[in-house]
Design a protein around this ligand. Structure first.
Ligand SMILES: C[S@@+](CC[C@H](N)C(=O)[O-])C[C@H]1O[C@@H](n2cnc3c(N)ncnc32)[C@H](O)[C@@H]1O
Length: 332
């Protein structure tokens, strides 16, 4: 029997606890709830999120049976479709409209807790970096998504958000210490801001998109870190004078255009500052253009730049990579 994380609850409280976990979308539908010696073992998908959100629950590791009744979209279709899940919204990249409609139908007929299916209808575009979506099933494009113990509310039509960057964001957040001063120059709904603040940093998140800022404020409250977060709507170049020489850490996730904002980044940087710089470049030299741009901007402002990490985050398009450079700036 597979050993999986479960919440252990007294049998008489079992239904109440199960319902509370299901409401937070943390039930592991792939395994059976098991009863033993008056205790219920309720399989869960994310023990960290349960510990954060339901502190009184007892999380244990337990051998439980695999659930045979759960039907996946692949069971219904006879092939494994490609899709991403963001809470109760499923996102499709399928180009063939008939195949997309069949996948949407199978997703809804499956046991996935999904209410809406969307299909990409454009590339990410414009200053807000949003895309158009075709609604294949359901109504709402607003959802709640969980990532490494944090919870984000967002509308996929209104704001940029990519679950594909979750691991990389987590790697970055793990470097943050309590008391640090950090700025996410292109903050979106807060997937860097919120985990940084959870680790005790003072964080400023700036974004041009008013919808992103409204979600960022709500997400800071939702995760109990509003007292350490300042969300500012505007162009980071105009916001920068207020935070001149302030930051210990900067996040620049605006691939394709980040180089244009490096002079703003050095304006925000304190005496010593780490910049997490995201870029999209050809696989033959994915880091070189970013390194050159960072070194030049640092030099212009009297900093020495040391590149501390070069990471290939994911493949973006054929022969193009999304990469992250971490640069430490020290005032000369
Ligand atoms: C690629 S998204 C990144 C969002 C978030 N950091 C994340 O990882 O999900 C870039 C964000 O930058 C914002 N943006 C674009 N230009 C900006 C500017 N000049 N000043 C502030 N925000 C900007 C967009 O509205 C968008 O939300």
């Amino acid at each position: 029997m597979p050993v999986v994380p479960c919440v252990r609850a007294a049998r008489e409280r079992g239904e109440e606890v199960r319902a509370a976990i299901a409401e937070r979308d943390l039930l592991d539908h792939g395994h059976e709830i098991t009863v033993e010696d008056g205790w219920l073992y309720i399989p869960i998908t994310d023990p960290e999120a349960v510990a954060e959100n339901c502190e009184s629950y007892d999380v244990v590791e337990r051998g439980v049976a695999t659930r045979r009744t759960q039907r996946t979209p692949a069971d219904i279709l006879g092939f494994s479709p490609t899709y991403e899940r963001l809470g109760d919204v499923v996102l499709l990249t399928e180009e063939d409209p008939e195949r997309a409609a069949a996948i949407a139908e199978a997703v809804l007929a499956s046991d996935l807790p999904v209410g809406t299916v969307l299909r990409r209808a454009s590339k990410v575009a414009g200053e807000h970096r949003t895309r158009e979506w075709e609604l294949l099933a359901g109504e709402s494009t607003e959802t709640t998504y969980r990532e490494y113990g944090c919870e984000y509310r967002l509308d996929v039509r209104e704001v940029y958000f990519s679950p594909r960057l979750a691991t990389d964001r987590h790697l970055v957040a793990e470097r943050v210490s309590a008391g640090e001063r950090a700025i996410d120059m292109f903050a979106g709904v807060g997937p860097f801001v919120v985990p940084f603040a959870k680790r005790g940093a003072q964080v400023v998140g700036v974004d041009l998109n008013p919808a992103a800022i409204a979600y960022l404020e709500a997400n800071a409250r939702r995760n109990g870190v509003a007292d350490r977060v300042r969300a500012i709507e505007g162009d980071v170049r105009e916001v920068a004078p207020e935070f001149e020489n302030w930051a210990d850490r900067l996040v620049m996730n605006l691939p394709h255009s980040a180089a244009e904002f490096l002079d703003t980044a050095v304006e925000l940087a304190g005496e010593e500052c780490v910049i997490h710089y995201y870029d999209i470049q050809h696989e033959s030299a994915p880091f070189e253009p970013g390194e050159a741009a960072i070194t030049a901007a640092a030099g212009r402002a009297g900093y020495e730049a040391t590149i501390e990490e070069r990471r290939r985050v994911r493949s973006y398009a054929p022969h193009e990579l999304n990469v992250r450079l971490d640069a430490r700036l020290r005032r000369e």
